[in-house]
Ligand binder design. Structure first.
Ligand code: NAD
Ligand code: LMR
Length: 331
C-alpha cells in the first residue's frame, strides 16, 4: 500500500544547501525509497529570491521524481510549516572568511523565534525539527524555547557533517576506506571548540587510537582539522560547505528515523540532561542512539579521557555563553 506523504519544510530553500538538499530528499534518500514527500519551501519575501526559488522548483519538476507529490513555495512561515512532519531549518546567513559561527548569533538568532512559534502553532502533531543554520546549537535552543507545546526531544541540531569529517580524516590517516571507521563522535558545540573524539572510534573493530598509534597527530592535527574544516572550506570555495552539509543532513534525519545498529551511535545535538557534565538544557552534541520509533537516548557510560573532558568543558562553557547572549530570545 502506498504510504501517506510526509510534509517536509525546508527553510532557506533557494540557498546553496537547499539546492544540494532538495533533489536528495525528493529522490528518497532521506526518508526511504517508498516514502512520498511534499516539499514546503520557505524563503524570504524578496522578489529575486522568490524567483530563484521558483527556478529550483522548476528543476525539481524536471526531475520527474516518483516520490515528489507536491511543492509549496512561500515566504509565509505559517504556510510553510502547516502540517509539517519534519522541519529542516537551514535558512539563515552563513559566515564569511575570518568569522566564527558564533558571530552570526545576533543576526540569525531572531529568525528562530518566529519560526519556532510558527512550528508550534501550525506543524503536525508528530513534528520533528532539525536545525542547520548557524550557530545551529543555540538557534535550536531558541526554536525549541519558542515552541512550548512541542516536546523538547523533537528538536535537534546537526554535527553529523563534523562526524563524517572526522571519519574521513581517521580513514585517510589509517589508509583504510571510510566504511572501516565506526563510532566517530563529536561532543559539544558545532563550532571551533567542538570535540572530535578519537578515543571511542574504531577502525575495523579495533580502537582507532591504537590503530593510528600517534597521539600527537590525534590531539593536534586530527583535532584541529575537524574543528576548523568549515573555515577551510570557506577559504577554498569562498562559500561555506553545501554539498557535504546537505549530505550531513540526509544522514542526520535518516539515522534519527531508523533504529541505530547495535553497538553504534551517531553524533546529534540534543537537549542536555546533564550527561557528561554538560549543563542541563543546552543543545550539545552527544552520542545518540535512535529507537526507530521516533525516540532516542544519549549513550551513557563512555569514559572521557582528561584531554577530552577538558575540551568538552570548554565547548560547554561556550554554549553557556551563547545561551547568555540570546537570553532575551528565550521565552
Ligand atoms: P545561503 O546564503 O546560500 O542560503 C541561505 C538561504 O536562507 C538564502 O536563500 C536566504 O534567503 C534564506 N533565508 C535567510 N533568512 C531566512 C528566513 N528568515 N527564512 C527563510 N529563509 C531565509 O546559505 P547556505 O550555504 O545554504 O547556509 C545556510 C546556513 O547553514 C548558514 O547559517 C550556514 O552557516 C549553515 N551551515 C551549517 C552547517 C552545519 O553543519 N550545521 C553546515 C553548513 C552550513
Ligand atoms: C560547516 O561546518 O561547514 C558550516 O558550519 C559552515 C561554516 O560556517 O563553517
Amino acid at each position: 500500500m502506498t504510504k501517506a506523504p510526509l510534509r517536509v519544510t525546508i527553510t532557506g530553500a533557494a540557498g546553496q544547501i537547499g539546492y544540494a538538499l532538495l533533489p536528495r530528499i525528493a529522490s528518497g534518500q532521506m526518508f526511504g525509497p517508498d516514502q512520498p514527500v511534499i516539499l514546503q519551501l520557505l524563503e524570504i519575501p524578496v522578489e529575486k529570491v522568490m524567483t530563484a526559488l521558483n527556478g529550483v522548483a522548476m528543476e525539481l519538476e524536471d526531475c520527474a521524481f516518483p516520490l515528489l507529490q507536491d511543492m509549496v513555495l512561500t515566504s509565509e512561515p505559517d504556510v510553510a510549516f502547516k502540517d509539517a512532519n519534519w522541519c529542516l531549518l537551514v535558512g539563515s546567513k552563513p559566515r564569511g572568511p575570518g568569522m566564527e559561527r558564533g558571530d552570526l548569533i545576533r543576526e540569525n538568532g531572531p529568525i528562530f523565534t518566529g519560526q519556532g512559534r510558527a512550528i508550534n502553532d501550525h506543524a503536525a502533531s508528530d513534528v520533528r525539527v532539525a536545525v542547520v543554520g548557524n550557530p545551529c546549537n543555540t538557534n535550536c535552543l531558541i526554536a525549541m524555547n519558542s515552541a512550548p507545546d512541542i516536546p523538547d526531544e523533537r528538536f535537534s541540531a546537526m554535527t553529523r557533517l563534523d562526524q563524517n569529517r572526522a571519519q574521513a580524516q581517521l580513514a585517510a590517516k589509517a589508509g583504510v576506506h571510510t566504511s572501516a571507521v565506526k563510532n566517530t563522535l563529536i561532543w559539544g558545540n558545532h563550532s571551533a571548540t567542538q570535540v572530535p573524539d578519537f578515543v571511542h572510534a574504531t577502525i575495523n573493530g579495533k580502537s582507532a587510537a591504537e590503530v593510528i598509534n600517534d597521539n600527537d597527530w590525534l590531539t593536534t592535527t586530527f583535532f584541529e582539522t575537524v574543528q576548523k574544516r568549515g573555515a577551510a572550506i570557506i577559504a577554498a570555495r569562498g562559500l561555506s560547505s553545501a554539498a557535504s552539509a546537505a549530505n550531513g543532513l540526509i544522514d542526520h534525519v535518516r539515522d534519527l528515523c531508523n533504529a541505530t545498529p547495535d553497538g553504534e551511535w551517531r553524533s546529534v545535538c540534543v537537549k542536555s540532561d546533564g550527561s557528561y557534565g554538560v549543563p542541563e538544557g543546552l543543545i550539545s552534541s552527544f552520542p545518540v542512539r535512535a529507537d526507530g520509533k521516533g525516540g532516542w537516548e544519549i549513550v551513557q557510560g563512555l569514559e572521557l579521557t582528561p584531554f577530552l573532558a577538558e575540551k568538552l568543558a570548554l565547548s560547554a562553557a561556550e554554549l553557556s555563553g551563547e545561551r547568555e547572549t540570546v537570553s532575551g530570545l528565550l521565552t
